[in-house]
Design a protein around this ligand. Structure first.
Ligand code: CU
Length: 694
């Protein structure tokens, strides 16, 4: 480390902190990759700034998006953030596989420290800044539409959640350009992450990024739960909610109870690192087991936070594309609640080998196996939903089918790991890595991408290209099997996880196959990018303005695509499950109401983006010991909240005339559209009006 530059102003920053300077001094493959990654972040940011300036879109971005409190726009921004972070974390996954495949009794091209940063950022990003924002975005977008509401319960809290998440993601990105990230894994275990063993900026970047993300997720959970309890339209009893709403409710409750232990764990670790406390140190009474328990009290429910929404998505997809009511709705609801409760009783299975008695291990092992039961109920229900249905093998449905087969395999290896004596054998090996990717790729990623494909036409008014969607499915599925099945073999053969160098030549063929799989997985993302490009190019031909391209069942399909700001001109009244599906068959769902009335919607607010900016600045300042900036950021946050409490004029009225104009234009589209049967729903004839038989 060279000497700090202007310590009072720039804290512990030194020129060495810049990867470009390091690459200049030691131009080897390792440093050049680091500088390339930093360069990509800088180039991406410059490109975005240049593009916005060239198109003159700054004001538009600020007014229409950044300051918006519209739950739909906030949802879309969450998903955009998730896709950006997915790209980075997938590149890192490819680098790790390439390193292991090329470092068999050879040094490879990534140094050990750099490799440790790669698996730490890959895990932290995939969980906190890919899966979490993606599912929070989907819940934001869909929950109000599915329960017949105009908004979420707390629109401003919603926006604050988004911008705090973005602040955390910005810190993750900053760590590529200035300084280094943690080498302590996504779980950041002390004492390794304590100051004595990791004195650099890495664990501090991890602490503040994760803290911002966890506070944001707590807020998101509160908001979604209250929305589902208080904002349902008349007649929408709890047991009439679409299954995605049920899984969102259970997820939101899990967020409210599971995120605070994480916030506490990172806060205590910060006290250790910054102020010399000893919560988790090796000496002076510290005990890292306190951290392990706190972290996994969050960490295991987190697994279900990221999987339950996908269960809801698959329920909607399977039921819609089978043309049938969900089989066993009540048992699906009960199974979801059972999983949510049980998820708090199993955290100890993450450290069977860390010293508790055999009896305690046995109890947690049995509790873990119990979770297989409600999950099995769900798989059973989806299979029976398809049985004797008119199944259409569209892109989202293909994800659902791939999920059902792959997820069950992963569940079986989970039962192996739940059995403590067997866990002792494969603990800390690639077997575990194979297992959780086997759960999270089908159980989260496939679900999120299926939802993106399924609801994209609702959000943007045109369908995504089906061919490229199928190419993406093929890549994600084939890539998954090639990348992770070899890891089971390697793990059972004793190859440890998180290893930068490999000294066993017999591993070679399996590592090669895994590397090919990782490349194919990356092609899955590339196919999604091509799909988006092609779909935007052909958007006029694929418009579905009426808003119901798949003969949908729930309320979000009953309004225009894209929906107007106020969602529903008249708040719907539902009498049963899948109300819209049955309305289409018994009533005229597109009749104009006798009159329209004015609607109040929240005004835009600068509060959330300012809090996000101040949060990012404070986190960055704490990482670099720039105390003056940390103080400025913290004061700015408090002042912003106080200032907001004096704002009286928070609502904006949409006049009845404006609503009438919007609704009439849409009803004219409905009148012009030709109802189409399901066989041609993926052709340009589909304008979003479903042909139904009464
Ligand atoms: Cu677990």
């Amino acid at each position: 480390m060279s000497a700090p530059v202007w310590p009072a102003l720039l804290g512990r920053f030194s020129w060495d902190a810049l990867p470009f300077v390091r690459a200049w001094a030691h131009p080897d493959a390792n440093e050049i990759i680091g500088a390339g990654a930093g360069g990509m972040v800088v180039a991406g940011a410059l490109f975005a700034v240049a593009l916005l300036t060239y198109l003159g879109r700054w004001r538009w971005l600020w007014r229409e998006w950044i300051t918006s409190l519209d739950h739909k726009k906030i949802g879309i921004m969450y998903v955009v953030l998730a896709f950006i972070m997915l790209a980075r974390a997938l590149i890192e996954a490819n680098l790790m596989r390439l390193q292991q495949a090329s470092a068999i009794n050879a040094p490879g091209f990534v140094a050990p420290e750099h490799f440790a940063e790669l698996f730490s950022t890959h895990g932290s990003i995939m969980i906190f800044f890919m899966a979490m924002p993606f599912l929070t975005g989907l819940m934001n977008y869909l929950v109000p539409l599915q329960i017949g509401s105009r908004d979420v319960a707390f629109p401003l809290v919603n926006a604050i959640g988004l911008w705090l998440t973005a602040a955390g993601a910005a810190l993750m990105m900053a760590s590529l350009v200035i300084g280094r990230f943690s080498t302590g894994g996504w779980s950041g275990y002390p004492p390794y992450t304590e100051l004595a063993f990791s004195p650099g900026t890495g664990p501090d970047y991890w602490i503040w990024a994760v803290t911002l993300g966890s506070v944001a997720s707590t807020l998101a959970g509160l908001n979604i739960a209250v929305t589902l309890y208080k904002m349902r339209c008349p007649g929408m009893k709890l047991m009439r909610m679409p299954l995605f709403c049920w899984t969102s409710l259970c997820t939101a409750i899990l967020m409210v109870f599971a995120m605070p232990p994480l916030t506490v764990a990172t806060a205590l670790l910060a006290l250790d690192r910054y102020l010399g406390f000893h919560f988790f140190t090796n000496t002076l009474g510290g005990n890292m087991m306190n951290y392990a328990n706190l972290f996994w009290m969050f960490g295991h429910p987190e697994v279900y936070i990221v999987i339950l929404p996908a269960f809801g998505i698959y329920s909607e997809v399977v039921s819609t594309f089978s043309g049938k009511e969900l089989y066993g709705y009540i048992s699906l609801v009960i199974a979801t609640m059972a999983i949510a409760v049980l998820s708090f009783t199993v955290w100890l299975h993450h450290f069977f080998t860390m010293g508790q008695s055999a009896d305690i291990n046995a109890i947690f092992g049995i509790a873990t196996m119990t979770i297989g039961v409600p999950t099995g109920v769900k798989i059973y229900n989806w299979i029976w939903t398809m049985f004797r249905g008119e199944v259409r093998f569209t892109t989202p449905m293909l994800y659902a089918l791939a999920f059902m087969m792959t997820f069950v395999l992963g569940g079986l290896t989970g039962i192996i790991l739940a059995f403590p004596p067997l866990d002792y054998l494969v603990h800390n090996t690639l077997f575990l890595v194979a297992h959780f990717h086997n759960m999270l790729i089908p159980g989260t990623l496939y679900g999120l991408v299926a939802a993106y494909t399924f609801w994209f036409p609702k959000a943007f008014g045109f369908r995504l290209n089906e061919f490229w969607g199928r190419v993406a499915v093929a890549c994600w599925v084939i890539g998954f099997y090639l990348a992770f099945m070899p890891l089971y073999v390697l793990g059972a053969a004793g190859m440890t996880r998180r290893t930068q160098a490999v000294h066993e030549a017999a591993y070679r063929p399996w590592l090669y196959i895994a590397e090919v799989g990782a490349v194919i997985l990356f092609c899955g993302l590339a196919a999604l990018i091509v799909q988006l490009w092609v779909s935007i190019r052909d958007r006029d031909a694929n418009r579905v303005p009426v808003g119901d391209p798949w003969d949908g069942r729930t309320l979000e399909w009953s309004i225009a695509a894209p929906p107007p700001e106020y969602n529903f001109a008249h708040i719907p009244h539902v009498e049963r499950l899948d109300a819209f599906y049955h309305d289409k068959r018994s009533h005229a769902p597109y009749a104009a109401p006798p009159h329209y009335s004015a609607i109040e919607m929240p005004r835009n607010s600068r509060t959330a983006p300012v809090l996000g900016l101040a949060g990012a600045a404070t986190g960055f300042a704490l990482v670099w010991y720039m105390w003056w900036l940390a103080a400025v950021g913290a004061v700015a946050m408090v002042v912003t909240v106080i200032a907001r409490s004096f704002v009286r004029d928070t609502e904006r009225t949409i006049t009845a005339e404006e609503i009438e104009r919007t609704e009439r234009a849409w009803l004219a589209e409905v009148a012009r559209a030709r109802p189409i049967p399901r066989e041609i729903e993926n052709s340009t004839a589909n304008q979003g009006l479903a042909k139904v038989h009464a």
